[in-house]
Design a protein around this ligand. Structure first.
Ligand code: VGL
Ligand code: ZN
Length: 198
């Protein structure tokens, strides 16, 4: 079995003081760094939106952050402007060990579609390329950590399990946004997909 650690979106905008801060987001950085030595491969993901991205509430007149709209690919929560390409908020947390990463994969760069999952954009069909990378390296088992548990970590874990990877979410190495029960709902969805919540 070849194991990879997938580190989701440990970026300044998801840490305290950031545009879409996740409570305690910075607390996981040291523990995540310490885990990296145990894996055959380490992959980091980076939420990476162009300015004016369609997932930003600022682009929808009369809408506020956390409102929900219908997009051609389904319903979409609107977020504060965050992780704009090249901005300080899009940078990794300064204490995250990035040298150990074999691959950094960016997502959410198409203006008209959001991408929570590290595998597919929110239409659930446009691939990011991560699946091919992992398979061609012979990786069969994934541990997922990062931000936010109930959005990008959960979507990534569900897709990974559906693709046939043995998938665990290390919950103590994640922090959640938890909008209207989204954390509990995401746990149900992950379990139903065959993800192990460790
Ligand atoms: C995320 C909302 C919007 C995440 C990214 O990393 O969980 N959430 N963009
Ligand atoms: Zn985003």
């Amino acid at each position: 079995m070849t194991k990879a650690l997938i580190v989701i979106d440990v970026q300044n905008d998801f840490c305290p003081g950031g545009a879409l801060a996740v409570t305690g987001g910075d607390e996981i950085v040291g523990p995540v760094n310490a885990l990296m030595a145990e894996y055959d491969a380490v992959v980091l993901t980076q939420d990476w939106h162009p300015a004016g991205h369609s997932s930003f509430a600022s682009q929808h007149s009369g809408k506020l952050p956390f409102d929900v709209v219908d997009m051609p690919y389904g319903s979409q929560i609107l977020w504060p402007d965050h992780c704009v390409q090249g901005s300080p908020g899009a940078h990794f947390h300064p204490d995250l060990t990035t040298d150990r990463a074999d691959l950094i994969i960016r997502k959410g760069f198409r203006p008209a579609i959001d991408s929570y999952s590290a595998f597919f954009e929110n239409d659930h069909e446009t691939p990011t390329g991560l699946e091919g990378y992992l398979r061609t390296r012979g990786i069969t088992s994934l541990d997922m950590v990062g931000l936010a548990t109930d959005f990008c970590v959960a979507y990534s874990a569900v897709d990974a399990a559906k693709l046939g990877f043995e998938t665990r979410v290390l919950q103590e190495h994640c922090r959640a946004i938890d909008l209207d029960g989204s954390l509990a709902a995401s746990r149900e969805t992950m379990i139903a997909a065959g993800v192990t919540l460790a």
